[in-house]
Design a binder for this molecule. Sequence first.
Ligand SMILES: NC(=O)c1ccc[n+]([C@@H]2O[C@H](COP(=O)([O-])OP(=O)(O)OC[C@H]3O[C@@H](n4cnc5c(N)ncnc54)[C@H](O)[C@@H]3O)[C@@H](O)[C@H]2O)c1
Length: 338
Amino acid sequence: MKKLRIGIAGLGRLGKVHANNIANKIPNCELVAACSIMPAELEYAQKELGVEKVYADYHEMVKDPDIDAVVIVTTSSEHCWQIEAALDAGKHVFSEKPLGVNVEQCKQAEAAVERHPDLTFMLGFMRRYDKSYAYAKKKIEEGAIGTPYLVKATGIDPEAFVEGAIRFAKNSGGIFLDMGIHDIDLMRWFLGSEATEVYAMGSTFKHPEFKEAGDDETGVAVYKFENGAMGMVHVGRTAPYGYHVETEIVGTEGTIRISAVPEKNQARLYNGNGVCAECVGSFPERFEESYLLEMEEFVDCVLTGRKPGVSVYDGTKSTRIGYATTEAWKTGKIVKIN
Ligand SMILES: NC(=O)c1ccc[n+]([C@@H]2O[C@H](COP(=O)([O-])OP(=O)(O)OC[C@H]3O[C@@H](n4cnc5c(N)ncnc54)[C@H](O)[C@@H]3O)[C@@H](O)[C@H]2O)c1
């Protein structure tokens, strides 16, 4: 079978992970081009990944007839116009989340996807490809917990990285848009329903810099869904023990808990402190396999003409809910989501 020829845009923290997977780990695709506004990243692509064609201008890359598909891992505000430009140039597109930084941008991306029904578009909600989350979804579909009526999601970044979070706080769009989007997508996916209203609040106890930047260090939001189900998202930036992502889905006949203890592995250290399980340290470590599995899915969807499970509409809906959550947090009021 023909190999899918991919050009990647953005080779920052996550771009390097995707680029390495495409170049070295997925047999039926190749990384033929890379684009970045940072010369050092283009040099990295050439030297470390053997990419021959590098571009400082995204428009130039999408014109390249040697490329079948574009993978977008640039700054979030760039995603929507880059999606549109690539689709209009006849390329299949994988874009990192969030789809856009506001609903208007998302609608523009939706229109571009609709203009090109023959091209594949997939959004990077990689948790859906994590083996534990995919298992939970399958069990729910099989009726293992009856009717799911509550999702409780926790996502707390490690305190070890808090300085970066503080620097980014002014431009983060607020803690819920910045950190809650994966959990929002998972609630919709597990409950099979759309959120209709949200109430949210935030707090800052350790690092006043977050408040000074108009943000918060931690936040909680509760949601009501169309079918009567409920959701609760707890986000934060200061877990002293590591990277804490945990999800619980409660149903009429049972409960599924994913990463109830966010452990690094199954080893236990027995010493004078007791019996200890080390915590997973960061998102690239926790979701290393999911990033690979989602890219394999994208490549396979393009090559076989299958539609990916995550659509452009999932991106718009999650962004809309993220905005409503932010409004609820800022105003202290219950916000209806339409
Ligand atoms: N799915 C996940 O779990 C997950 C995790 C982290 C980041 N992300 C998303 O991935 C994206 C990238 O995040 P990151 O942490 O790697 O950011 P980053 O700042 O480390 O990298 C972004 C890169 O985009 C490049 N860039 C920016 N504008 C560009 C343009 N116009 N043309 C070409 N290149 C351009 C920059 O050179 C930069 O290296 C963000 O949208 C982020 O939300 C997703």
